[in-house]
Design a binder for this molecule. Structure first.
Ligand SMILES: *[C@@H]1O[C@H](CO)[C@@H](O)[C@H](O)[C@H]1NC(C)=O
Length: 372
């Protein structure tokens, strides 16, 4: 029996090898992965086949209607069906209950804010450090809920205004390829996030305290969250913990809000390989989630392709104002361009997730009925 399985497996590999790679015509290929790994020779030149996402068909190097998303060269971008096990689905109610923790970290008195919006949660400790050379502060918290059997890690990100943040990210696009190595040889993140992560999570003692908390509550899940830059830090933290062998990856729950493209293609792959429960919530035309901009695939050489900024799955996209119980779409391809109109941009979408104005919410004492 065992050998039969081996035999079956190796014949599958052989079949796979002859079916991908150099093919005579692209259009006979019926699946995205094989299509993305195949090429044809045109007048002696190697030309990659292209998978058109909308028509679900494979074609030559110039197929797919202009402006429509397609996949070429790398099967990573192929859709992965969203079929979470029961209890692992994203729901609007779940998003709201976690967003409460993402927002509470903004309050000067986190205990008082959590006491109103999530009374089951108690703050363990908060951390605040200068996260760059310009005096901007980054803030994070550790908390827990006995009722939810959960430990929470939440990041505020920076104190600078949304305009400055947008400009910062725009500026970063210009340094395409200048990634800071993170948790693997190929994976890279934006330098600013890299510095902020080490200062806030590692150097401030937050990591040591978290490990202590995890040891004390071995059966608690670890929820990581944050808005904007805070979302990037949450994602980096989850990857760091798994890669450092500090946590069983199935214990992690990652939900970020308005997260920019934190890292490059290899980073996105690492996150998908190491963090099984992960949702990136995006409100409508939030422009920060489209920064730094990804260059259209067909304009890139292979080495540039590997260095481009790229999102990980699964984006949860709300295409409306995010009222309570509003429906959303879960995007099955890694980056967002196939699932939302990335050409549209409205900065107010970045700061009004779940119809909550972050600053007003905190100022009013984090009223639970407005969010949950
Ligand atoms: C924060 O809020 C709590 C609960 O409302 C209160 O007991 C505490 O004194 C406050 N702390 C500060 C520093 O204001």
């Amino acid at each position: 029996m065992f050998f039969r399985i081996i035999l079956l497996f190796s014949s599958f590999l052989i079949y796979f090898q002859v079916s991908a790679g150099n093919v005579v015509v692209c259009k006979d290929i019926k699946d995205c992965k094989t299509c993305a790994e195949s090429y044809i020779h045109v007048l002696g030149f190697k030309e990659e086949c292209r998978w058109c996402i909308e028509s679900k068909s494979c074609g030559g190097p110039y197929s797919c209607p202009i402006g429509k998303p397609f996949i070429q060269k790398d099967p990573f971008k192929c859709p992965i069906p969203y079929r979470p096990a029961s209890g692992k689905r994203y729901t609007d109610a779940l998003g709201r209950s976690i967003y409460a923790v993402a927002i509470a970290v903004r309050d000067k008195n986190i205990t008082s804010c959590l006491g109103n919006v999530r009374p089951d949660i108690t703050l363990t400790k908060s951390y605040e450090v200068e996260c760059d050379g310009a005096g901007n502060l980054c803030k994070g918290l550790l908390a827990k809920s006995e009722e939810a059997k959960a430990i929470y890690v939440s990041y505020k990100g920076s104190t600078f205004g949304k305009q400055v943040f947008a400009e910062l990210l725009h500026g970063l696009t210009a340094q395409l390829g200048a990634w800071e190595k993170f948790e693997s040889t190929e994976a890279g993140v934006i330098t600013y996030f890299h510095t902020a992560f080490y200062r806030l999570f590692i150097d401030s003692g937050m990591k040591d305290d978290l490990l202590e908390l995890m040891k004390k509550h071995k059966n608690y899940r670890v929820w990581l969250t944050g808005h904007s830059l805070g979302g990037s830090l949450a994602t980096m933290t989850s990857l760091h913990l798994v890669k450092a062998g500090e946590i069983d990856k199935n214990r992690i729950r990652l939900i970020t809000f308005g997260e920019p493209r934190t890292g490059n293609l290899a980073f996105a792959k690492e996150v998908e390989d190491n963090v099984p429960f992960r949702y990136r919530v995006v409100k409508k035309n939030d422009p920060v989630t489209n920064m730094p901009a990804a260059t259209p695939l067909n304009m890139l050489t292979t080495s540039l392709y590997n260095r481009q900024p790229l999102h990980y799955r699964y984006m949860v996209h709300y295409n409306g104002p995010m009222f309570k119980g509003e429906s959303f779409k879960v995007c099955e391809v890694s980056d967002d361009s196939a699932c939302r109109n990335v050409a549209l941009s409205d900065i107010s979408d970045h700061t009004t997730y779940f119809q909550i104005d972050q600053d007003d919410f905190v100022k009013n004492g984090c009223p639970r009925n407005e969010l949950i």
